[in-house]
Design a protein around this ligand. Structure first.
Ligand SMILES: Nc1ncnc2c1ncn2[C@@H]1O[C@H](COP(=O)(O)OP(=O)(O)OP(=O)(O)O)[C@@H](O)[C@H]1O
Length: 333
């Protein structure tokens, strides 16, 4: 992690470090309710950084503070070396923002959407005509240039929203839930475009409650819950730190899971760490998750004890397991 080394809770001196974004003890309150509770993180230029957490965790609120459209209650923040609170217009000129809901102009064509958006930044028409062609190609929408927005698929609309946000050649792209609501194929096309942007040096900051999206896209991420950061690291590092290599999912039927969980803990505890690499069990309403480095061996021990699950599945640990370990809850309820 790029930790914040300043001891007095202050952001780094301008230019001191190669940071795209730095947040130090940032809090946002709405009346008595604290939506973001003293979070600190730093995003290095050129990396893909994620805020992973369930609905209501405070991700969008954090993004709005970065994007200089919502004031923080306390704490400090630098975006591209600038304070969004006092230098909002300059910050916004350096950012591309992709909101949770597409807000394209349905009346305009695909091409006109890009050009009109560029006009808001005061960009000259000649520049925008060439830029629109370049961005349409990037978004794989050249063949739809003259189509109306309402005729686009969900994935195409999302790609157009991203293309539009790139019109001012931003150095940082903020993406709030970039692929929520898209089908798997459309998500993969979009992820591919985002990889390309990252390769070209754009800093990506995204929020998601999809662990596969975080694993695919993020170099580093923070796990957020109830406005606080629960953990920070690379997807692989977080899994290594907070979970076992493998997980065994077993289903017995809904009603006896808690009791069965206790029985299997006993069995696997007896089986010993070396054969199974057993760590712990999580009891969910519909299944038990057995955390063990060697999940097949754990299943063997369960069978040997006379327990007969209706179904069993061995898989690798994911960020979903990390979230469950840290919070006792699943990411998507
Ligand atoms: N303007 C507001 N006034 C009062 N409460 C708000 C406001 N905006 C957000 N909240 C609350 O702050 C909390 C965090 O919301 P936020 O939208 O940041 O969460 P999130 O992690 O982005 O989740 P989601 O993906 O559902 O947007 C939620 O409980 C939400 O109801």
């Amino acid at each position: 992690m790029t930790s914040i080394t300043t001891s007095a809770g202050a952001v780094s001196a301008p230019g001191a470090r190669d940071l795209a974004i730095e947040a130090v003890e940032v809090t946002k309150r709405y009346g008595d309710f604290t939506a973001v509770d003293g979070i600190s993180f730093a995003v290095t230029r050129g990396e893909a950084f994620g805020l992973l957490g369930p609905n209501g965790a405070g991700k969008s609120t954090t993004m709005r503070m970065i994007a200089a459209v919502s004031a923080r209650t306390s704490g400090q923040m630098r975006v591209a070396g600038l304070d969004p609170e006092t230098e909002g217009p300059r910050v916004r000129a350096r950012l591309g923002v992709i909101p949770q809901q597409d807000n394209l102009d349905e009346e305009l064509t695909v091409r006109e959407n890009i050009i009109m958006y560029g006009r808001y930044f005061g960009l000259p028409r000649r520049f925008l005509l060439a830029k629109a062609d370049e961005l349409l190609e990037f978004a794989q929408l050249t063949h739809k240039a003259s189509a109306r927005v309402e005729d686009l698929s969900g994935g195409m609309k999302r790609r157009l929203t991203i293309a539009r946000a790139l019109v001012n050649e931003p150095e940082i792209l903020l993406l709030d839930e970039p692929t929520t609501g898209l089908d798997p194929q459309a998500r993969h096309v979009l992820w591919d475009r985002l990889f390309r942007l990252k390769e070209s040096g754009t800093t990506l900051v995204l929020t998601t409650h999809h662990m596969d999206e975080a694993e695919q896209l993020c170099d580093r991420l923070v796990v957020v819950d109830h406005g606080t950061i629960m953990a920070e690291g690379s997807p692989a590092g977080l899994i290594r730190e907070h979970s076992t290599r493998e997980v065994l999912e077993v289903r017995f039927g809904m009603d006896r899971n808690a009791q069965l969980g206790a029985e299997l803990e006993e069995v696997l505890g007896r089986a010993g760490d070396t054969a199974t690499g057993y760590s712990h069990i999580e009891v969910l309403p519909d299944r038990l998750l057995v955390y063990a480095a060697h999940a097949e061996a754990a299943l063997g021990a369960i069978h040997a004890s006379g327990h007969r699950p209706m179904t069993s599945l061995v898989r690798r640990s994911s960020l979903e397991d990390v979230f469950l370990r840290l919070t006792g809850r699943t990411l998507v309820d």
